[in-house]
Design a protein around this ligand. Sequence first.
Ligand SMILES: Nc1ncnc2c1ncn2[C@@H]1O[C@H](COP(=O)(O)OP(=O)(O)O)[C@@H](O)[C@H]1O
Ligand SMILES: [Mg+2]
Length: 402
Amino acid sequence: MTVIMKHSQKYFVAQQAELGQINGHIEETYAGHNVVKVYNGEKAAKEVFHGINGRLYTNAWKSQFMSGLMMPVMMFIGNFGYVAVCVVGALLVNQHTITIGTIVAFMVYIRLFTQPLSQLAQAATNLQSAAAASERVFEFLGEEELADESDKTEKLDNAKGNIEFKHVRFGYKEDRMIIKDFSMKAEAGQKIAIVGPTGAGKTTLVNLLMRFYELNGGEIYIDGTPISQLTRENIHELFCMVLQDTWLFEGTIRENIVFSKQHVTDEQVEAACRAVGLHSFLKTLPQGYDTMLDDKANLSAGQKQLITIARAMIEDAPMLILDEATSSVDTRTELLIQQAMDQLTVGKTSFVIAHRLSTIKNADLILVMKDGNIIETGKHEELLAKGGFYADLYNSQFEHAS
Ligand SMILES: Nc1ncnc2c1ncn2[C@@H]1O[C@H](COP(=O)(O)OP(=O)(O)O)[C@@H](O)[C@H]1O
Ligand SMILES: [Mg+2]
């Protein structure tokens, strides 16, 4: 049994790994179905599938074959013992060394002994695939945990929204710092706009503020409290965040807007949808706000963004982050949303990342980022007057129109 198990275990492990691979590949191809079609990638996708499937097949039959050997081998050994007892016993009885009763007893013993053994052998197959599967589960569980936060006693229940970055240093990898030395101060109620080319580190900054990553140096303060002293949960309560990539789940539009918030009235949902300009569109749907969103109910990318913005409006946290949240919306709607947002965020600190600079003209502070550094700060007019990077960026957006 041990010999067989030793040899077959590696096939069980490989089978489990290939199973994970094949599911991952199917899910990926299915999610990117349009792209696969458009780039005529079916053949390549199929080849990858057949590759993994072939390996899965080989490993599966080898492991099944090996563990299938177990029972016949066990039966053979059992029966072999039976025969040996009979033959040797017969010889010994002939020599009058033992009595016939002893042989009969031994014949019963042999059966009693081999039966549980072959049952064990039978169970071994299941045990082996369970072991191979749990190996993968424990690999996952063995990943490093986030730092324990149960001893943190500080709690901010209702932040005013003063935020300060002090000499923040951060890199996703130790050897490549993205944010080198970032300092900034935002007063409660201000609208802070972050602009800059793609890859400048705008989203990174927001990730740090939400404490999705730990800093490599410096500190961020919310109302004077370092965020490292607050629990992550507490920080997330203080912000609502709208990202560029929308996340909607299967459920009605209303459920998607309300999400995890309790005690939301229909009027509030409607008001939020009016503010983002979705209301009249939703009214035209046969089921209105109760339309199910699933694979079939198709909204445009912009409409999906509007729903996530309405969700953020309902959430009503003391601070707001919009990370390219209106990038798929037409310019006019974007402006309307920004105006609605500005009304909504009176007294709240908001961080807005937007590429169409016309929407952030009225920001209290504009941070222009490039390669992880702030290269310019100030209000719209000041930055324009300076004639630097921001002025270039701003003017480039109007050149085409004129
Ligand atoms: N999860 C990550 N791991 C490693 N590097 C990342 C990660 N996310 C972003 N980066 C890198 O950090 C830099 C800044 O990215 P990001 O803050 O997302 O830019 P943007 O200003 O366009 O939002 C980019 O060069 C990007 O390659
Ligand atoms: Mg970004």
